[in-house]
Design a protein around this ligand. Structure first.
Ligand code: SF4
Ligand code: F3S
Ligand code: FES
Length: 244
């Protein structure tokens, strides 16, 4: 429950890499808390009333688009789904998600990473025999339980929290990360994708792929959509270990 009217003390990372001579620093701001206030609402208030140059991203404000990921009091999370009332002492520190190119302040380029990941895992159904030009043909039937699993993994909103929460990604810049494993798991499970285990191995069978994961589980702890990352990573690792 929000403590109506208390003063929230923010410390926000500020740095504009486009600006010559700018230096990274933490800047304090104060905001009066209102009922149901989220970090996103507080940031908007700061931008509207105190500093119009503050950069941060958002689109949906409903935990659906994944653009408002940032490090909130040391943990990657979505600004639009985090209530300020959660922080009992009223002190809130905000940093951009590590592991991504910084655009400025709290804004990072997750899109660049996600696009490269999608291309690397060839994020589409592979079936050379599919008759894609016959629009009258009914879609292939799918077992409802498998479909549930596939669409469960599609709940990923590409927020990048799992990438930032993973120490392996810090050590290995090309590490595919949990979001990449979720995408591969989604196609691996989909019976319409005819790729063989050997073909999946070519994509993820090395230390930048599934064998580089050290089961640190920061990804599992910080996924705001509660995707079954641990289970999927273990499943893929088992399958890939059996190849060859
Ligand atoms: Fe975000 Fe979870 Fe998807 Fe990672 S797996 S990008 S934490 S929704
Ligand atoms: Fe990283 Fe998650 Fe593996 S945090 S090391 S991808 S279990
Ligand atoms: Fe879309 Fe937060 S603004 S997830």
């Amino acid at each position: 429950m929000s403590q109506d009217g208390r003063i929230l003390k923010f410390e926000i990372f500020r740095y504009n890499p486009q600006k010559k001579d700018d230096t990274p620093r933490m800047v304090p701001y104060e905001v009066t808390e209102t009922p149901g206030m989220s970090i996103f609402i507080a940031l908007n208030e700061i931008r509207e009333q105190q500093d119009s140059s503050l950069q941060f991203d958002f689109i949906c404000r409903a935990g659906m688009c994944g653009s408002c990921g940032m490090v909130i009091n040391g943990k990657p999370d979505l600004a639009c789904r985090t209530l300020t009332s959660k922080f009992k002492d009223g002190h809130i520190t905000l940093l951009p998600l590590p592991g991504f190119e910084l655009i400025g302040d709290l804004s990072v380029n997750t899109g660049k990473f996600m696009q490269a990941m999608s291309e690397r895992v060839e994020s589409w159904i592979h079936d050379v025999n599919a008759d894609n030009m016959n629009f009258n043909k009914l879609e292939e039937r799918m077992d409802p339980d498998i479909m549930d699993e596939v669409y469960g993994l599609e709940r990923c909103i590409e927020c990048g929290c799992c990438v930032s929460a993973c120490a392996t990604k810090r050590m290995r810049p090309d590490f595919l990360s949990a979001v990449g494993f979720m995408r591969l798991g989604r196609f691996y499970l989909d019976p319409r994708d005819k790729r063989t285990d050997e073909e999946f191995y070519e994509i993820m069978g090395d230390d930048d792929g599934i064998f580089g994961c050290m089961t640190l589980l920061g990804c599992e702890d910080h996924c705001p959509k509660n995707l079954p990352l641990q289970t999927q990573i273990a499943f893929l690792r088992r399958r890939m270990a059996m190849v060859k």
